[in-house]
Design a protein around this ligand. Structure first.
Ligand code: TEU
Ligand code: CA
Length: 537
């Protein structure tokens, strides 16, 4: 019997960063009622699943990825009633909603941690990781991963900010408490989870093994058995530290531990190897293409993967991989080469209208803890302000967190209040109202692309065959199965190019410039993209 196609294999997933999507009550902060008011905008785009970044009670040290109470909605976003209404409305419109599960760590204001730090024999002590002496493990956000606490003269472990103490997943009672939280939300009717840095829950800190630790599969198996098994849901694990092969093993087989993952091998290509994200390196398109070719071939023996270029942690895709001087063309080109591949497509809020990165003139304008920490660290090392700002302009997370640009009114129509983070000054030109007023806009191109994906089986099961593999400016590949053969072409060049296409061109499915003549010898404009149906030679 043909392998049943899981609904999430071809579902378009749209990530909402709630702080910045839509503010309904005018306090300058995005909220649940704001999201609910925009559901038809998402439905019309062709969205099947909403991935909602955290809205749980949080001190907002890391914008909600530091959770104080998993079972309550933070008042800045609204109430549990608002959340239930959002879930119900999303379902009524034929969409699904997954939430962000952040269980590698909690906030240091979570009552578990407040108890754990009280004494060494507190029942909650071993919910976290305490040692008498720190090791030399560093935090992702800079500095040591250990923080001294005088109350018990000990150090606690925090891979992220010191207000995000890591949970001790070796503790069975902790795990049981996590499963209760997961089942609480699944029983509420959400349709699954994006699992935050879930590659870390198998860590062995004393052996300094953090990602993909010795206990990872065991932890994921128990989580699956206790929570996910038997439910018609979707799970996507954020697993920055996993190899492709391990990622494939976790998402393959009859009962995958997770349905798909966010794999990061394409994310580190524009940083100096081993020096981290702030050490900038020009992207080499050949490397970029090779990573995706490996992803397409290794991952899909029988695993499954997500297709993404952007999220709330990454710079805006156009500014990073495209060209803001060819904003609309390169937005569409990136979408074409990304969503032509096999995998579940992810859109990050604003990607569908060509939103770009931001350059605030003063560091005080930036809100992200990671950016503020690195600014202090690098300038204290004597690196000039201008050089540090170049890295922040290129890689800072606030690039993708500026308020959604709905129209050209005050605050881009995001809020009647004073936005928590400044709106990108280019909102007068770049906004949903402008983009949707033009049928050649980015939104309608994404919409058509998703319609094409859903109406052609070859996107689901077609073999990935590179084309023009050695070309430094063109990303092209075939998708081929027994009934169909498509050629997906994307130019990363700001010059015109001439390309030769072998075989019989049967039809054009989509392009970002319909004035271009389609034939076997094509002259294509900068950032041109198209999908062609190709017959046998
Ligand atoms: O991000 C995990 C992760 O990989 C980050 O270290 C990311 O690569 C980095 O921020 C890029 O500069 C998840 C969440 O997506 C992120 O927003 C949180 O800050 C982090 O975990 C801690 O929860
Ligand atoms: Ca609000």
């Amino acid at each position: 019997m043909e392998k049943e196609i899981k609904w999430w294999k071809n579902a378009v997933v749209y990530q909402i960063y709630p702080l910045s999507f839509m503010d309904a009550n005018g306090d300058g902060i995005g909220d649940l009622k704001g999201i609910t008011s925009k559901l038809s905008y998402l439905k019309n785009l062709g969205v099947d699943v909403i991935w909602l970044s955290p809205v749980y009670e949080s001190p907002m040290d890391d914008n909600g990825y530091d959770i104080k109470n998993y079972l309550e909605i933070d008042p800045i976003f609204g109430t549990m009633k608002d959340m239930k209404h959002l879930i119900e409305q999303t379902h009524q419109m034929g969409m699904r909603l997954i939430m962000d599960l952040v269980v590698n760590h909690t906030s240091d204001e979570h009552h578990w941690f407040l108890e754990s730090k009280k004494s060494k024999d507190n029942p909650y002590r071993d919910f976290y990781v305490w040692r008498d002496e720190p090791s030399d493990i560093g935090s992702v956000f800079g500095g040591s991963a250990w923080e001294y606490d005088a109350q018990t003269n000990s150090y606690y472990f925090h891979l992220f900010s010191k207000k995000q103490p890591d949970l001790n997943w070796d503790h069975p009672i902790l795990r049981k408490n996590i499963y209760k939280i997961v089942n609480f939300w699944l029983d509420m009717g959400i349709d699954g989870f994006r699992l935050d840095v879930i590659d870390l829950i198998g860590k062995d800190i004393d052996r300094k093994i953090l990602s993909d630790g010795p206990h990872l599969n065991q932890r994921l198996q128990e989580l699956y058995d206790e929570c996910f098994k038997g439910r018609d849901i979707m799970t996507v694990g954020e697993m920055p530290g996993l190899s492709l092969e391990r990622a494939a093993s976790i998402t393959s087989g009859e009962k995958p531990l997770l349905d798909m993952i966010f794999q990061f091998s394409h994310i580190s290509l524009d940083e100096v190897p081993g020096k981290g994200k702030w050490a900038l390196k020009k992207l080499d398109l050949i490397e970029f293409k090779n990573v995706f070719e490996r992803l397409q071939n290794v991952m899909y023996k029988d695993g499954w993967n997500s297709l993404f270029l952007a999220n709330h942690d990454q710079p805006r895709a156009i500014s990073r991989y495209g060209n803001v001087n060819f904003r609309v063309m390169s937005s569409k080109m990136l979408a074409t080469i990304l969503y032509g591949m096999q995998g579940t497509p992810y859109v990050y809020q604003g990607e569908e209208i060509g939103m770009t990165g931001v350059k605030f003139d003063h560091i005080e304008k930036y809100k992200d803890i990671e950016t503020k920490n690195i600014y202090q660290i690098l300038t204290n090392q004597g690196i000039p302000h201008e050089q540090v700002m170049e890295s922040i302009y290129a890689k800072g997370r606030d690039n993708s967190r500026t308020p959604f640009q709905w129209d050209d009114s005050k605050n881009a129509g995001f809020s009647k209040g004073n936005p928590w983070l400044d709106v990108n000054p280019n909102y007068k030109d770049i906004n949903a109202k402008n983009d949707l007023s033009n049928h050649q806009g980015v939104y309608f191109y994404f919409k058509k692309l998703f319609q094409i994906r859903k109406s052609h089986q070859v996107f689901l099961d077609g073999e990935f065959i590179p084309f023009m593999k050695e070309n430094k400016k063109i990303f092209a590949y075939y998708r081929k199965n027994e009934n169909d053969q498509l050629l997906i072409i994307g130019s990363f060049s700001e010059e015109k190019m001439h390309i030769e296409i072998p075989g019989k061109i049967i039809s054009l499915l989509i392009s970002n410039d319909d004035s271009v003549e389609i034939n076997n010898q094509m002259d294509i404009p900068p950032y041109y993209a198209c999908i062609l149906r190709i017959g046998e030679k």
